[in-house]
Design a binder for this molecule. Structure first.
Ligand SMILES: NC(=O)c1ccc[n+]([C@@H]2O[C@H](COP(=O)([O-])OP(=O)(O)OC[C@H]3O[C@@H](n4cnc5c(N)ncnc54)[C@H](O)[C@@H]3O)[C@@H](O)[C@H]2O)c1
Ligand SMILES: O=P(O)(O)OC[C@H](O)CO
Length: 338
């Protein structure tokens, strides 16, 4: 059944998901705060800052008016970086109160909030009142926008404690090249999604330094061990970390040149300065901020996250990457399962 869907956020992922939902037969309106971007999407079907050379469906409509996008929508998909999520959620909440609407909320944000360490669904559940929404579903998994744009095979997870809502999201997004699985472990899906970006920066950095396949495999595997440790400490199902929103997303992000996090790490490994890397990317590098939040959270909870800690020292205290690697390798020898 065709649904009316509002997509909030017209960056790389929001715009490609909006396009795919349109091609799935839904009535989609894409909201962006940027007038020039909206005009170019509506008139030329292009969004070159985020998806160079990709031509969007002529049926996809964009607007800078969030109320117009949301009016009549029974589903709202939020694809805003963690840093801007609360601002957008608060605005959406006001609009939903005015419109007396109660849509299903789906989000695809991958990060943890600075200082509070909250997951995106926790932030959304605080800022969108229960009377203004149905359940909150997390869409996560190995899914670079660039691959989805060209209809490459992709499989992701729709996670929600209310499994019927997860199934609703599964139906909306699934098609011949985009396969959605359900999961009821929101905590695991969101920790996997946020923390893999840290390890992807590390994987990029060691490749930028000239290390090879063994080093990358070691980093990914031990990275997964610490992602699981933190997630499980907060109640996640350990099985989720061997699923799409765990190892799946970790592998794609830590091995792909399409990953902004991997690319940022690679440039750091080659000696570039962090501020220049952020400025030149022009798109969000969630892992830079998640490293700080996860490092602080792991210390608070007394969970061992040596790779995250090493990266924190590099990103926030200016430690040399080679020194950080030596310190990681020189730690006391231990069991793999601790
Ligand atoms: N790009 C991908 O392939 C991909 C895939 C899966 C998940 N994600 C996740 O989706 C989220 C968005 O990523 P992206 O790649 O689309 O980012 P992006 O940097 O490409 O675009 C972000 C968009 O959000 C808008 N935005 C940011 N703050 C805002 C605010 N306060 N108010 C209004 N608009 C705001 C920007 O203007 C921009 O249009 C991130 O958490 C990312 O980790 C991205
Ligand atoms: O480009 P990245 O590093 O933000 O990764 C995008 C997605 O999270 C991959 O699943």
């Amino acid at each position: 059944m065709a649904e009316k869907i509002a997509v909030l956020g017209a960056g790389s992922w929001g715009s490609v998901l909006a396009n795919m939902l349109t091609e799935n037969g839904h009535n989609v309106i894409l909201w962006s705060r940027n007038k020039g971007q909206v005009e170019q999407l509506n008139n030329e079907h292009l969004n070159p800052r985020y998806m160079k050379d990709f031509v969007y469906s002529a049926k996809l409509k964009a607007t800078t008016d969030m109320k117009a996008a949301v009016e009549g929508a029974n589903v709202v998909l939020i694809v805003i970086p963690t840093k801007g999520l609360r601002e957008v959620a608060k605005k959406l909440n006001t609009i939903l109160t005015e419109l007396h609407q109660k849509p299903l909320i789906i989000h695809a944000t991958k990060g943890l909030e600075q200082n509070t360490y909250k997951r995106p669904s926790e932030m959304l559940s605080e800022d969108i009142s229960p009377e203004n929404r149905q359940a909150i579903v997390v869409l996560s998994g190995p899914s670079h926008a660039e691959d989805v744009a060209i209809k490459d095979m992709t499989a992701v997870t729709a996670a929600c404690e209310d499994i019927n809502s997860a199934k609703q999201a599964q139906k909306l997004f699934s098609n011949s090249y985009f396969r959605v699985y359900t999961n009821d472990d929101v905590i695991g899906a969101e920790f996997g999604a946020a923390l893999k970006n840290i390890i992807a920066i590390g994987a990029g950095a060691i490749q930028g330094l000239g290390y090879h396949d063994n080093a990358r495999a070691a980093l990914i595997t031990r990275g997964l061990a610490e992602i699981r440790r933190l997630g499980v400490a907060f109640g996640a199902n350990p099985m989720t970390f061997i699923g799409l929103s765990g190892v799946g997303d970790l592998v794609v992000t830590a091995t792909s040149k399409n990953s902004r996090n991997w690319r940022a790490g690679y440039q750091l490994g080659q000696g570039k300065n962090l501020q220049d890397v952020i400025a030149n990317m022009g798109m969000v590098i969630e892992g830079v901020y998640t490293t700080k939040a996860a490092y602080e959270l792991s210390r608070k909870r007394q969970v061992q996250m040596p790779i995250t800690e090493a990266l924190y020292h590099v990103l926030y205290e200016g430690e040399d990457i080679k020194t950080a690697i030596s310190q990681l390798m020189d730690r006391d020898l231990t069991s793999e399962n601790e």
